[in-house]
Design a protein around this ligand. Sequence first.
Ligand code: ZN
Length: 388
Amino acid sequence: MAEQNNLSSDESLRYARHLILPHVGPAGQARLRAARVLVVGAGGLGSPVAMYLAAAGVGTLGIVDFDRVDATNLQRQVIHGTGDVGRLKLDSARDRIAEINPHVHVEGFPLRLTSADAREVVRGFDVVVDGTDNFPTRYLLNDACVLEGKPNVYGSILRWEGQASVFWAQRGPCYRCLFAEPPPPHLVPNCAEGGVMGVLPGIVGSIQATEALKLVLDEGETLAGRLLLFDALRMRFREMRLRRDPACPACGENPTIHELIDYERFCGVAEAQPELAMEQGVPEITPAELKARLDRGDRVTVVDVREPWEWEIGNLGAHGARLIPLNDLPSRMDELNPEDELVMQCRSGARSARAAEFLLAQGFGKVSNLEGGILRWSDEVDPSIPKY
Ligand code: ZN
């Protein structure tokens, strides 16, 4: 990044509160002006991200969006106005940004990122901000950022809850270290199905904008290695420590992802996994069946094979569930009694199917897999368990 500190008088006036601010100052402001930040999605999250980055003086904003503004967007996508309904979001965002700060150059990408172009697009920017609302694009963006060595400022929102982190393989874990498997598509509603509180993307997007600015300035402590969880209904922030998964296919010790894959297919495959497990002989139990058996007092031990940070979000501990992360299972299986009836459980049912398969192969007699994992449990038995 070129850091020539020759702000014009108009810029000096505009950025006056930055120029006196510790960790920014004239050098930081010049750094912001030289920066190139890519915002993927000009929707709920992308709105505050693009507006605050523009106001702060980020010199070049890349914006990826192929969609048009519709009336249901206006409740939260505040970069667009009522008169923009029907226009390309890219055009509407460009106009709004020009209004906020004419010094900002917008590079528009009116396309849906695909495996064919994502790396090339990402390569041209210093920092990437993920404002997407679907899993295929999220995994695509993660892998493109890992392969291109770019920091990826992550945010996601649903209903009254949001999450944010910074995934940067050079400094911490990536999205796949957290979520090795995409959730089965029918189990996680999107905002269109589940609803979203209008102000929520304003908060989470502002956090993403803050992180992007800190990354450009190289100041402060970012969310790399931490997952921030926000519950607007209870007005609570929580934080989870994240670690790189040595087995991560993107950023682990022996990465298997060297080029971008077919993400639509990757995210659809999870849906077929329970059937796959059954074909391979792992018996399944539904959340309702498990709940009925637990209520009857049957001796059933639930084994949660997720990571400790996932357990903290919500678990079946009240039903006697035990936590043994999948990677620890081979070394800790002597903690389980091969005579007991075991129900393996994870987030969506994919990891626990592998765990069940493993235990069956080790001679455990009565092992089944909880179909749809804790996500489906939350849907069908106990909605107080947060989905993530
Ligand atoms: Zn990773």
